[in-house]
Ligand binder design. Sequence first.
Ligand code: AMP
Length: 496
Amino acid sequence: MTLTATETPVTDLTVTPEPRLDAFAQLQLAEPLARAVAEMGYESMTPIQAQAIPVVLQGRDVMGAAQTGTGKTAAFSLPLLQRMLKHENSSTSPARHPVRALVLLPTRELADQVAQQVKLYAKYTNLRSAVVFGGIDMKPQTLELKKGVEVLVATPGRLLDHIEAKNAVLNQVEYVVLDEADRMLDIGFLPDLQRILSYLPKQRTTLLFSATFSSEIKRLASSYLQDPVTIEVARSNATASTVEQHFYSVPEDDKRRALHQILKSRGMKQAFVFVNSKLGCARLARSLEREGLKTTALHGDKSQDERLKALESFKGGEVDLLVCTDVAARGLDIKDVPAVFNFDVPFNAEDYVHRIGRTGRAGASGLAVSFVSAKDARLVADIEKLIKTKIELEAVEFDEDQPDIHKQGRINDGRRMYSPEREETVRRERASPRDYARPTQAARDPFFDKPYEASVAATDDVKPTWEPTVRAGGRSLSANIKSKRKVAALFTASST
Ligand code: AMP
């Protein structure tokens, strides 16, 4: 029987609302932490928080697939702080504030941002936190470490410097977070990580977060995590569904013009512009500045001070475009960036996912535009494979009043001048953008698609190749770097 509205008894309409499963109140965080969370204005937990916080509170190891922007800093910080509250004290003695939680990150900016967030969450507790990263004077960091801190946020290289200088003692660490682990491996931090982890007590909770679960990440996890709970908040390698993605066929020399055109046609004020090299970054920033856009470059050669200033001016709206390289931009937490431009298609498809993660964050919609030139066919095919989405190349429609930078004879920051041959190449590329940019089947050898795997006979044993093998004194070599002597021995063996 169906009830009409008038037949429904009034009492049945008074429904007690179900408590929200994602409400922070569900966690019963200690009052100082709950107060800090309320002050941050968080109303409900993000998916990674709802899944990870209860697990970390139970003391389990976690392997989390989550990108920056998903709220993962709170997902690990809050339960760690909650568990450390039992050690909280107001003593001024450094000995009463040993490092109990260590958070490792790949870049200075990311370390700085995570440390700032940890400070906010720990604001009403007596737990102390500090951050150490390279590129700046060690002395102020040393002074802070010597006073004693419970939570240490660090980049691996600088942390090792402090360990060597005996400023940081890690024998009471109970919790380790390897954040953006995939990027730490990309940058080549594996030997440093192995070394740092070898200084830590075996009995500990280890949390590993990575945007993607590559086979290398899985091997890292199997070496250092114990029976971890795997948490994936989105399909690994997934791109945020709120991001509108476009791939435009643009000849190299038209890219700046296309950038102007899209900014103008979309009425956009601010954007990140990604390039693949430091040199290209500085050059492009200079060119765009000359063309009337307020632009700042952010790359690895910039001092820490310059990077922070660049960020601040972008956040403050004094700068419209932040031209950056992948390493420099990794983990930047800038909300509401309306657009990300891939001026260069990234060499590494995973960087595409990271780059466009700057826009469309926390439910906001964003725009990701990639400029694809003739040489990028293979890279686009890699992205297509990773994001499991067919990429359609589009053509940019230029307004008549949009200056043709190429025609002005100053190309690529004036390094190359206009020539009829180049004009012809550009003309051909413009005429048939789809044809030249599509990957050709014949160019692909399936052999190169297979991940590299060492044959069992070539390895000493079946342990992961980076199983810690730390030498006393000095920075050790990675276990997967064989000594020269061994190579020589191999040759001798084969020649006999
Ligand atoms: P993260 O992924 O940790 O870098 O966080 C990205 C941004 O989301 C940060 O600015 C956080 O302050 C914010 N954030 C984290 N958790 C929440 C939440 N539950 N509700 C709203 N914003 C959040």
